[in-house]
Design a protein around this ligand. Structure first.
Ligand SMILES: [Fe+2]
Length: 353
């Protein structure tokens, strides 16, 4: 290596370290898990700065967005009742799936009949069931096989997650990068599932669905109030705080509260409601396993580079969440390299046409 390439390399390394410092500036790096994730991020950012330098250039400003009118809602309910807030209406199929999950007398045939009515749902369920995230021993080529292997409850929940998530896949506006939203949600689902498996928390699949749906509140904000969304991003980046801290500062509540209300109004299963509502709430995280797992999975997903792209700062990792889950830092250390492989493999499977 010549002196000049050596010094360019040194400069990139320094820039990558500073960038990673900013990502973790609200995190306690005395925490073993945080410092492990930070070291991992330094390497990843350095690699990306060398290979994809354009990613780190300033993004063009959204010129055609009106400034936010500064009208603060009096609370989350007030926000959701605004004229600008358009919530996706519940598709009939979701109601039918919920009925099957809630009725102990439902049979596998009842669920298969519902899934089979919608070719898109069939494709999504099969793709997901065959992905690395689920690691089922046999190839699943029909919904009835998926239901037979997973059971009515788990397959029903999976179908419910798929339908709910697909409602948030379309967007009228480009402020929220949908690909990032999709990747963050899937990554969070996979991480939550693997944490649940490592901590022996029972069935891991419901945690996957909770991870998939945990940030629906973010989507609602972006879909409803574009000017507000741009303002939140501006505040988060100017003050170098997480996106959810910016929400609290501007609105007085965050997307988790919105997601909780929404999923409750839709009568989604209680584990999904708790995960969406509680994943940024320190008091809930202390006592609720769902909220604790999703909090950690959300943090891990962002720390590993599958972030929403709204603020560089990922917020803090709540130590109480680690206590609630009860897995050791060394178990997390073992998990991290496996997670990236699993997430990237799952993306590949889900992206295949
Ligand atoms: Fe969140």
């Amino acid at each position: 290596m010549t002196t000049s390439t050596h010094s360019i390399d040194y400069d990139i390394k320094k820039a990558a370290d500073q960038y990673a410092e900013r990502i973790f500036c609200q995190s306690d790096d005395k925490c073993e898990i945080v410092s492990m994730l930070k070291a991992d991020a330094q390497k990843r950012v350095y690699h990306d700065m060398v290979n994809y330098p354009d990613e780190f250039k300033d993004k063009p400003k959204l010129l055609h967005v009106e400034p936010w009118d500064g009208k603060k809602p009096s609370g989350p309910r007030d926000f959701l009742s605004k004229k600008t807030v358009v919530l996706p209406s519940l598709p009939q199929i979701l109601i039918q799936i919920k009925r099957v999950i809630n009725d102990p007398k439902s049979t596998a045939d009842d669920l298969v009949a519902i899934i089979n009515k919608d070719p898109k749902l069939v494709a999504s369920v099969l793709r997901l069931a065959n992905s690395e995230a689920f690691n089922l021993s046999a190839t699943i080529d029909t919904p009835s096989k998926a239901v037979a292997l997973l059971g009515v409850q788990k397959a029903g929940l999976l179908a419910l997650g798929t339908v709910s998530f697909s409602m948030f896949k379309k967007s009228k506006i480009a402020v929220l990068e949908l690909e990032k939203f999709w990747k963050h949600s899937i990554a969070c689902g996979i991480i939550a599932q693997e944490i649940a498996r490592t901590a022996n928390l029972g069935d891991p699949e419901p945690f996957f669905v909770s991870g998939l749906l945990h940030d629906i509140g973010v989507h609602v904000i972006f879909e409803s109030e574009r000017s507000l969304a741009v303002e939140l991003i501006r505040i988060a980046n100017e003050k170098q705080i997480s996106f959810y801290d910016a929400e609290v500062e501007v609105l007085g509540f965050n997307h988790a509260v919105l997601g909780g209300i929404l999923s409750q109004d839709w009568e989604l299963p209680p584990n999904l409601v708790k995960a969406a509502a509680g994943h940024h709430d320190p008091e809930t995280i202390k006592i609720d396993i769902e909220a604790a797992v999703i909090h950690v999975a959300d943090y891990f997903a962002s720390a590993l580079g599958y972030e929403l792209g709204l603020s560089l700062v990922i917020g803090s990792l709540d130590k109480n969440a680690l206590k609630t889950i009860g897995i050791t830092p060394s178990q997390f250390t073992e998990l991290i390299p496996k997670l990236r492989v699993l997430i990237d493999e799952t993306f590949k499977t889900l992206n295949q046409d």
